[in-house]
Write a protein that binds this ligand. Structure first.
Ligand code: AMP
Ligand code: FE
Ligand code: FE
Ligand code: ZN
Length: 284
């Protein structure tokens, strides 16, 4: 069976491998299709497109931060036309929001007595700076023992150095991915939504109403039971099924490209369905 991985982060967000290294790893691990879906940036896609490979099919993607009422979630865009100028501007706005937020987090950390500067972050982050980079610096300086501790004590939502950033509404994210970017819009890792199943079902039917195309049913952190539940929801709502590992290289230990925590083998047929849907819509 050919396997696929439609959720991957590179050094252009908070992954530790470059797009080129990711393609090489996919060849090695026999992952037939890969999508790079960096957080709020498309800067890695140019390098990604240029990598020569006889084996891997490459899909241009992005993972957009979304705010709905009082909670946040992620929307993955696949097959996006990242060269479209209007699309680039919309994503660029998110990058600016992220930079502004980073400055605030650093200020807060300094006020709390932690020595950390933007310059230090820029050295370790090749692309967009995120909280994982901040935690890395704090670990290197010996303030904490592990990454989770940094998040729990300082960086997670509600913690003392947490700052929110601007996020698009679900409607706008769908508009950006589908209408402007000509891609397909997928709800990322629905299993991570902090809600009961009945509430998840409501959120998903709302997202279907506003035009989302699919659900990321297969995901590293979805239990078999959750996967089954999401598959049923996809069928019920006539949504496409997608899947990926959320590979971040060394920034998410234990998650391997293509196989996640070991047994996430997503069939090539899933990709064919997505691609076919995308082609048909474009032909219209
Ligand atoms: P950012 O893009 O800067 O908001 O950082 C988001 C990234 O931080 C996610 O992709 C995770 O890798 C990591 N992250 C977010 N929240 C937590 C948490 N509570 N515990 C551990 N890691 C987290
Ligand atoms: Fe991440
Ligand atoms: Fe995500
Ligand atoms: Zn992700």
């Amino acid at each position: 069976m050919n396997i696929i991985d439609l959720h991957i982060h590179s050094t252009y967000s908070d992954g530790t491998l470059t797009p080129t290294e990711i393609v090489r790893l996919a060849e090695e691990r026999k992952v037939k299709v890969i999508a790079i879906t960096d957080h709020d940036t498309i800067n890695g896609l140019e390098e990604f497109e240029k990598v020569d490979t006889n084996y891997v099919e490459k899909v241009n993607g992005v993972e957009i931060s979304v705010q709905m009422k009082d909670f946040n979630f992620h929307m993955v865009g696949l097959f996006i036309d990242y060269k479209n100028e209007q699309f680039r501007q919309k994503i660029d706005y998110l990058k600016k929001a992220r930079s502004n937020r980073n400055v605030k987090i650093i200020q807060k950390l300094n006020d709390l007595g932690y020595e950390i500067t933007l310059e230090e972050l820029e050295v370790i982050a090749k692309g967009e700076i995120g909280r994982p980079h901040i935690s890395q610096i704090l670990l290197e300086k010996g303030y904490f023992k592990d990454k989770q501790e940094v998040f729990n004590k300082l960086l997670k939502k509600g913690a003392p150095a947490y700052f929110d950033k601007f996020r698009y509404s679900p409607e706008e994210a769908v508009n950006i991915i589908k209408n402007i970017g000509n891609g397909i819009a997928i709800l990322a890792h629905p299993g991570l939504l902090p809600f009961k199943r009945s509430e998840k079902a409501q959120i998903i039917s709302y997202l279907k109403e506003i035009g989302i195309d699919g659900l990321e049913v297969y995901y590293s952190e979805h239990s078999p039971d959750e996967t089954k539940f999401l598959k049923e929801l996809a069928t019920k709502n006539e949504l496409l099924i997608s899947g990926g590992t959320d590979f971040h290289g060394k920034n998410k230990l234990g998650i391997n490209l293509g196989t996640g925590r070991g047994n996430l083998n997503i069939d090539y047929a899933i990709f064919e369905q997505l691609k076919e849907f995308w082609y048909e819509r474009r032909a219209k």
